[in-house]
Design a protein around this ligand. Structure first.
Ligand code: SF4
Length: 280
């Protein structure tokens, strides 16, 4: 299970809505603002523009304590569709063990004919396989590297990589569709052909239904935290990352290279027809 951070600032808040239109699926569901997993590359940092906090990303979580009640009102008015859980936090971050908001909201969604597409870095989702079973639900995990040490650096409070693979194994065993997001692949650290092939090998062994791949993106607020980690741990890579993220020419060549390696690795493991997204 993910580590429970006691130094995190937790606020209980009320929300009017919890289900929003979304570009990934028809809707997204977020029962929390903020995420204690504190991934260094987290794209959801942009949320602080709309929900300013004095604490840095990863050090605060607002708990939308009335999320199930708000959702009950929304599902009566909104047409059923596919719901991505979650787009701006991890719905199964440590606080969910106590609050059970994502669980209850997924239950409501499924009961009202919505499809749930869960994506997490937390083994806590194993608790909720019972509500997904027999419904239109997909269980997915994100993995950026097989290297647990690297994972601790970049995703300090998420579940260990092996625990995430265990989620896929148990979800498959429960008869659920599964997916895996390999991303963002870490430039020069987890994006070599051998690294990608190692990830694909695990996906093949687990018979994962959908595989998504993403390259690191220069999303707002991401560079500062990535650069700080690189300076401390991999100073030789700082300039190379800067160019991959911000030089258009370098980026295009980089993404093309990743796409080629992904295609080769997928072919090697017989997964070509299951790779649905490939970098960007
Ligand atoms: S688990 Fe997802 S939302 Fe949470 S910090 Fe990591 S990338 Fe961001």
């Amino acid at each position: 299970m993910p580590e429970d951070k006691s130094d995190i600032v937790v606020r209980e808040v009320q929300c009017r809505t919890v289900l929003n239109r979304c570009s990934i699926d028809d809707y997204s569901l977020n029962c929390y603002t903020g995420c204690a997993h504190a991934c260094v590359y987290c794209y959801a940092r942009f949320m602080q523009r709309f929900h300013p906090h004095v604490e840095p990303w990863g050090a605060f979580v607002d708990v939308k304590v009335n999320a199930p009640e708000a959702l009950q009102k929304q599902v009566r008015k909104m047409p059923p569709g596919a719901v991505f859980v979650s787009s701006a936090c991890d719905g199964w971050q440590p606080l969910e063990a106590k609050w059970r908001l994502t669980r209850e909201c997924c239950r409501i969604l499924l009961e009202h004919g919505f499809q749930v597409n869960a994506l997490t870095k937390s083994a806590l989702i194993l608790r909720d396989l019972d509500i997904f079973e027999g419904h239109d639900a997909q269980v997915g995990v994100t993995v950026t590297t097989l290297d647990e040490r690297m994972c601790r650096l970049w995703e300090p409070h998420a579940s260990p990589v092996e625990a995430r693979f265990e989620v896929l194994r148990r979800a498959k065993e429960a008869g659920l569709e599964t997916s895996i997001m390999f991303g963002p692949l870490l430039p020069f650290l987890s994006d070599s052909l051998e690294s990608i092939s190692g990830l694909m090998e695990r996906a093949a062994a687990l018979e994962v239904d959908e595989i998504w791949v993403d390259a690191l993106n220069p999303r707002p607020k991401v560079w500062e935290s990535v650069a700080a980690l690189l300076e401390g741990q991999f100073p030789d890579l700082t300039e190379r990352y800067r160019r991959v993220l911000f030089s258009q020419v370098v980026r295009q060549a980089y993404v093309k290279g990743v796409q080629e390696r992904v295609a080769r690795a997928a072919k090697r493991h017989g997964l070509t027809d299951r790779v649905y997204g490939c970098a960007s």
